[in-house]
Design a binder for this molecule. Sequence first.
Ligand code: UDP
Length: 424
Amino acid sequence: MRVAQVSAHTSPLAPLGGRETGGMNVYVLELSRELAALGYEVDMITRLDGDLPRVEQVERNLRIVRIPAGPAAPVEKEAIAASLGEFTDELLRFTQREGRGYDIVHSHYWQSGRPGGVLARRLRVPHAVMFHTLGEVKNRARITEEEPKDRIRAERGIARRADAIVTASPHERQLLEMYYGADPARMRTIPCGVDLNLFQPLERDDCRAQLGLPPNAPVLLWVGRLEKLKGVDILISALAELEEPDVTLLIVGGDDRAAALKGELQRQAEAAGVAANVRFEGPVAHDRLPLYYSAADICVVPSYYESFGLVAVEAMACGTPVVASRVGGLVSTVIEGVTGYLIPWRCPEPFAEKLEVLLHNPELRANFSRAARTSVERFRWRNIALQVAGMYDEAIARRRSRLRPNEGAGFGKEAYEAAVLAGR
Ligand code: UDP
């Protein structure tokens, strides 16, 4: 069985912690690896963005295919739209040249939904989609710049035409049904996974020594792509309300392109008198993160929205309690009063209150820590990949049962793109 994982705007192999490299990159790579280990032949298809091989064998059964479209250099996510038509043409050409096709096409994020949908049509195989974030939901959070109407229309068209949609949480599923009219019968809620071998509790004192942190003072941790939607401003306000003077807050992630937001946060911390407590670490390699999670007393996820929130699950896998916003996927991963606390969004005071409760109570922290590790067993990648594979089987069987000779023929790139862009 051959599977195409389409991730047009960002490579699953790109370094993490940049403006556009986070959960989705981890998801595509880890899911692909696990499917490959299960015996699927997987191609991760992305845009060529540097002097890199067009096709590269990453592991057994797993290749990365880089499609030339636009400049062979990194470009802003917003600018990728201009190259999507070329990306689609080149992708079709690549598949034709190889002459093997795929049994299913799985697209990630709305920008991949267009080329992925065309490829699936051409091959007359099912198109599975995972959106990761939705324009309509970002707009409703009203914290970032307005997402363009074209994006929302295209998402609607992709959702309506997809044979299967993976949602990372029941909440995302509701949103797709409510705002996008997606058919519930084609949606499957399958959470994201976590690498439980990499993310394990490590010896705290040792981790603190390695990171140059004091052995006994409280340490809070935030990890992610540094962007407004992540709510780091709420965390800094909460930090300023804590009674303890010697708390360290580590901020992990945020490359040069996040410099403006970093500057804003630094100014906010200065004005609130906590600048000396905040350490900006920049992006940290994924496999070094267990060191950070294990060194911290609490991992804080104050996002305005999170469709899943891998960071919370990674922290819990390392036995670190989580204090998170009560939004999106976090509601189904953090267990209130057992592995952490969920706080109504945009509210620094209750964040501060729950942080105090945990910081003052080592025994409670230890209980949360044990429960946290156990609670994430359900996110083991093997389980997740098996659920995704089950969804592929269903979509393939459904399609075979209703495919008539010549169906799909004559519905070419232009017609598909026009339908998607019109939100049909
Ligand atoms: N991450 C990383 N290094 C960094 C910052 C982030 O490896 O410096 C990873 C982090 O471990 C997690 C992902 O990026 O796996 C962020 O995923 P999440 O679902 O929390 O947020 P998203 O990027 O999807 O908004």
